[in-house]
Design a protein around this ligand. Structure first.
Ligand SMILES: *[C@@H]1O[C@H](CO)[C@@H](O)[C@H](O)[C@H]1NC(C)=O
Length: 307
């Protein structure tokens, strides 16, 4: 009798939690492979391009190796990135970037458990590739060329370039999704992606007035130039803001510090896949691969723009 009661007790204790974790998994990573509409599949696959970029850049920057070591299967046979390196970072920043790296691996897994996806695209993560972005941002060659891996400030500035673009992409995609499953996944990806952006921006904000060596330009000015470049390349107006802005552009038009970017209601900006391609290809044209993606991004949306 007491054994029977014990069994009942155990059953009550465990059955609900097993059930809850099943449900969680279904919603979070879509393990059921239920059929999604074509447009949801396309919109979920597109961000893999950025997640691959972030996974490689953060893994290499923090740990000195990429997916080929961390989880080769996730690359789906796609080529290894060109030029990433272990960055010179303090223990705190290395720890934070390593956390971001593993988060990106999780994101790749989550997307790939919901949709088939595609192999890792060729990524140009050479210091020259980042130097080219900075030169376009400043409208002149920085001398010596910007090296994202050389020190902590440079690495954080290079990181400013990426999760934010992913964030605007998730905001943009969300409104077009049809199914609750896809929306749940994108909301979850957006949450962590914007968290990463907030951490990077905060670390940079602490250093706003520090001059980036040897350029004699402050961190705040760097972020301003990078944001202006992205606005220009995206071609759809103001969707990007540096760390210190004119008061009119701060929250409620009341403040110049701009640790988070947002519109006049402090709502995150959204971007379409096309705007994102114009930015990450570096030339303002979704039909012309280049920049970080020498052979273009993958998935139906990106491919549809390639001739
Ligand atoms: C990477 O980008 C740099 C700078 O634009 C370029 O010189 C180099 O050829 C690129 N490498 C590849 C493999 O595309």
């Amino acid at each position: 009798m007491s054994f029977f009661l014990f069994l009942c007790f155990i059953t009550l204790l465990f059955v609900p939690s097993f059930h809850a974790s099943d449900t969680d998994q279904d919603q979070d990573s879509g393990n059921t492979h239920a059929i999604l509409p074509r447009s949801d599949i396309d919109l979920l696959e597109f961000p893999l391009n950025l997640e691959y970029f972030e996974a490689e850049f953060f893994l290499w920057g923090a740990l000195g190796y990429g997916l080929d070591v961390a989880d080769p299967a996730l690359a789906f046979g796609g080529p290894s990135p060109v030029g990433p390196k272990r960055a010179r970072l303090s223990p705190l920043i290395r720890d934070i970037i390593a956390q971001f790296a593993y988060q990106e691996i999780g994101h790749l897994r989550a997307i790939k458990s919901a949709v088939r996806g595609f192999p890792r695209p060729l990524l140009n993560l050479t210091k020259e590739s980042f130097a080219t972005v900075m030169n376009s941002a400043f409208g002149r060659p920085l001398i010596p060329p910007f090296d994202p891996y050389a020190n902590e400030i440079n690495y954080l500035l290079a990181s400013y370039v990426i999760p934010y673009v992913g964030l605007t992409g998730y905001v943009g995609a969300n409104a077009k999704l049809l199914t609750p499953r896809a929306k749940r996944l994108v909301a979850g990806l957006l949450g962590v992606e914007s968290g990463q952006d907030a951490v990077i921006r905060t670390l940079l904000y602490e250093r706003s007035l520090t001059k980036v060596k040897p350029y004699g330009v402050t961190v705040a000015e760097f972020t301003d130039k990078i944001s202006l470049l992205r606005n220009k390349l995206g071609g759809e107006g103001l969707k990007d803001e540096g760390l210190i802005v004119g008061k009119a552009w701060g929250a409620e038009g009341m403040i110049r510090g701009n640790v988070l970017a947002g519109n006049k209601f402090s709502i995150s900006y959204g971007r379409t896949p096309e705007e994102i391609l114009r930015i990450v290809y570096g030339g303002g044209n979704e039909r012309r691969p280049g920049g970080f993606y020498p052979k273009g991004a993958d998935g139906r949306i990106a491919r549809s723009h390639l001739i």
